[in-house]
Write a protein that binds this ligand. Structure first.
Ligand code: ADP
Ligand code: MG
Length: 249
């Protein structure tokens, strides 16, 4: 059994069947990529895993427990963290302040605004955040205003904000979208480094085949809300069905 087991998941938006009948099994400590054309349902699937959407049918099991019916912050506390398609950081806050929010949320459940001041003075959390910033080579930027950072650094910070929660499963929705090649390569290196340093499972949605083939051990191809094929990167590359549905688009 995989750490993540998705069975028969369907999701409809009005007249549109965004997900048909999705089965997906992600093995612990692997990097599993989900690829597919625009509108295939990749983000919808991710939203069903983190409690942002509730599927109409099917089941989602994580680490032996059902995530369905749980709130996003509860699923986060179970050990799933997510990097969004567009960076979600607080521009008005410093890098360090941004880091402390997910630390707090993981420990105490939902982040409470009235606890704002207190959060920024908790030694234990600060040390954890410092360690993580050091791991992603951002410790020198700890007091920087997040809004003034480059797009690449914002992405790096966002990833650090997920990793500081020490998730068992990290979900990434197009982590290199809009990045220049140099930043994309930095992101690939960073994810490889993280994978080497700790036990973590990654599920990555990605459009850039260079990223997919650099990182993934298994690939699921999603087309029109249904998995077309799941295989190793080598076999996916040579699969004519995949070429037709995706690579040749
Ligand atoms: P992908 O991430 O693979 O590009 P999405 O999961 O974002 O695809 O979208 C799948 C389909 O569902 C698309 O046709 C999209 O327009 C539609 N869709 C996604 N979210 C919503 C929503 N909240 N309401 C209505 N339609 C949606
Ligand atoms: Mg998407």
């Amino acid at each position: 059994m995989g750490i993540l087991e998705v069975k028969g998941v369907g999701k409809r938006f009005g007249g549109l069947q965004a997900l048909g009948n999705v089965n997906l099994s992600v093995e612990e400590n692997t990097v599993h990529a989900i690829i597919g054309p625009n509108g295939a349902g990749k983000s919808t699937l991710l939203n069903c895993l983190v409690g942002k959407l509730i599927p109409d049918t099917g089941s989602v099991m994580f680490d032996g427990q059902s995530v369905l019916g749980r709130k996003p912050h509860e699923i986060n506390q179970m050990g799933i963290s997510r990097v969004f398609q567009t960076p979600e950081i607080f521009g008005d806050l410093t890098v360090m302040e941004n880091m402390l929010i997910p630390c707090f949320a993981k420990r105490d459940g939902a982040f409470r605004m009235h606890a704002f001041e207190q959060v920024f003075h908790e030694k234990e959390l600060i040390e954890k955040a410092e360690q993580m910033l050091d791991d992603v080579n951002m410790l020198d930027k700890r007091n920087m205003h997040s809004a003034s950072m480059s797009r690449g650094d914002k992405r790096r910070l966002e990833m650090a904000m997920c990793l500081v929660q020490e998730p068992k499963l990290l979900l990434l929705d197009e982590p290199t979208a809009g990045m220049a090649r140099a930043d994309t390569n930095n992101t690939i290196d960073l994810l490889k480094e993280i994978k080497q340093k700790r036990d973590i499972t990654m599920c990555i949605i990605e459009h850039d085949m260079h990223v997919v083939f650099s990182l993934a051990e298994r690939i699921t191809v999603l087309a029109q809300g249904t998995p077309l094929v799941e295989d190793t990167p080598e076999n996916i590359k040579g699969n004519p069905k995949v070429q037709e549905a995706y690579l040749g688009e």
